[in-house]
Design a protein around this ligand. Structure first.
Ligand code: ADP
Length: 501
């Protein structure tokens, strides 16, 4: 086997061929500099393998491949139903390789295998199929003006789309971006996060067999500041779609200005979950747990700030503590009963611990967790699920995104106060409201400044429903029909039917 592939065995015993190269023009190639990045198993801190890392010169080659493919009749002029069929085939191949993809995802990222297999891969396949179905249902309009004019619109692809994805849901984030971009006829250069480079390369092995012409999908690994920045600044890239931190999103926005790229940004959050006295408390407790502890708390829409009305504050905390201690089983992500695996990297692990320190120093009350979780063989980036109560609005732990199994709880008196405090943040991604009063629920849904509001649930997003933020949580929408708008232009065509000068 050339050094572009390495045979690996996953912790759950699957032997497979892991690609290590950059995927350009339907082939794996080495990076020009020969530089690599290392992928670490967060459960035991061992190196899994290394993969080639793109530099600006490789980015250039990938963008040129994508541009050529965009103009090539094999893709540009493809019948839209045939384009959908390629996407359907891609989804079918992913289904066939589901177990392997899920095992790689868990190995590299640390999320429980059952979650990778059912949730992440389910979402990947569902999203690709959903957009496959749209490929031949993307229509322009005829616009009535006068008998002397025929005016119509064509929804055309944007061109070469750079897509920069994060490490918390590597394959799912890839699918959210590939689906709508390809259904609408764009070509793509995707860059995976350097923390989780493996699953995306395995996904690349399915691209050619699905029938995508060379250059339509290019997949690179590489560091954000090198490969990512080269994409964001590239003059021949038409669009940049990014999911990641708010700080990086702002950087990308600045770089994208160089040729006024179309942008979609999905960034951070500190989403509130508001529990009113009249809520079904048992349900509020259970959803609040999922809302923050799922995926090791590494979810941009995690409802990490819980506001509970005075009348049920003590009861909620008691129930929540109990539920977390019973449900959030921390451990080996390949074990069936594990709810929470390790944080993705040492950096993230240390980041969460630093917020635990900050919470203690700021005088909040630590009621659960608050330390590295040591019962998994002494290695790995595990953190015990952490709950702080009596948290004040000016505390760092109340204001900043932690991105871990870490939640702050505070009490409120009135509905007005709940709304004011829910909105007292620079972010605006998600929000959850628990009440049995439907009028109040809908009222809050309108008044809370967020891209998504859940009434009596949290984080049960759906690929058919738009996803995105307001304020510093992002620009534009992914998923649903709205996701297509991010990848098409409306070209207007004016036909003169008799206006003579
Ligand atoms: P985190 O801080 O959680 O790692 P980032 O927002 O830094 O999140 O990373 C998300 C994605 O953005 C990753 O693919 C990363 O490589 C990429 N990235 C990071 N910095 C830059 C940058 N300056 N330009 C372009 N992409 C970047």
């Amino acid at each position: 086997m050339s050094d572009l592939f390495v045979e690996l065995k996953t912790p759950n015993g699957k032997t497979y061929k892991q690609p290590r190269g950059l995927f350009i023009n339907n082939e794996f190639v080495k990076s020009k500099s020969g530089e690599t990045i290392s992928s670490t198993n967060p459960s035991d801190e061992s190196e899994i393998t290394t993969v080639y890392a793109a530099g600006p010169e490789d980015v250039h080659v990938a963008v040129a491949a994508a541009r050529k493919a965009f103009k090539d009749p094999s893709w540009r002029d493809l019948d839209s139903t045939a384009r959908g069929a390629i996407l359907f085939k891609f989804a079918e191949l992913i289904e066939q390789h589901r177990e392997t993809l899920a095992a790689i995802e868990t190995w590299d990222n640390g999320k429980p295998f059952s979650v990778s297999l059912n949730d992440d891969l389910g979402e990947v396949i569902g999203t690709i199929k959903y957009y496959a179905g749209y490929a031949d249902k993307i229509h322009g309009q005829v616009i009535e003006t006068s008998p002397a004019k025929l005016a119509y619109t064509i929804r055309e692809p944007l061109g070469v789309c750079a897509q920069i994805i994060p490490w918390n849901f590597p394959l799912a984030m890839a699918a959210w971006k590939l689906g709508p971009a390809l259904a609408t006829g764009n070509t793509v250069v995707m860059k995976a996060a350097e923390q989780t480079p493996l699953s995306i390369l395995y996904l690349a092995t399915l691209v050619k067999d699905a029938g995508f012409p060379p250059g339509v999908i290019n997949i690179l690994n590489g560091e954000g500041r090198k490969a990512g920045a080269a994409l964001a600044q590239h003059l021949d890239v038409d669009k940049i779609a990014f999911t990641g931190s708010t700080a990086t999103g702002k950087e990308i926005m600045k770089m994208a200005a160089v040729n006024m790229k179309n942008i979609t940004l999905e960034t951070g959050g500190k989403s509130p979950l508001v529990v009113f006295d009249d809520a079904d408390l048992d349900q509020a407790v259970k959803w609040a747990h999922v809302g923050i502890m799922y995926n090791q708390g590494q979810v941009c829409t995690a409802t990490s700030r819980i506001l509970v009305q005075e009348g049920v504050y003590d009861k909620f905390i008691e129930g929540f503590k109990k539920h977390v201690s019973e449900t959030s089983v921390v451990g080996d992500p390949f074990k069936d009963d594990t709810f929470q695996g390790p944080q993705v990297t040492k950096t993230q692990f240390e980041r969460v611990l630093s917020y635990i320190d900050a919470g203690k120093k700021e005088g909040a009350t630590l009621v659960a967790g608050g330390e590295a979780y040591k019962n998994v063989g002494g290695k790995g980036f595990f953190v015990s699920p952490t709950i702080f109560t009596n948290v004040k609005d000016d505390m760092k732990i109340y204001r900043e995104e932690v991105f871990g199994p870490f939640v702050v709880i505070s009490s409120f008196k009135t509905e007005e106060e709940a709304i004011q405090r829910a909105n007292d943040t620079t972010y605006g991604l998600g929000a959850a409201v628990f009440t049995q009063d439907i009028t109040k629920g809908h009222r809050l849904a309108r008044l809370i400044e967020a891209g998504m509001v859940w009434i009596n649930s949290s984080n049960d997003s759906d690929i058919r429903v738009p996803f995105g933020g307001v304020k510093q949580s992002g620009i534009g929408r992914e998923l649903g029909e709205a996701g297509l708008e991010a990848y098409t232009n409306k070209k207007a065509v004016h036909v003169n039917l008799g206006n003579r000068l």
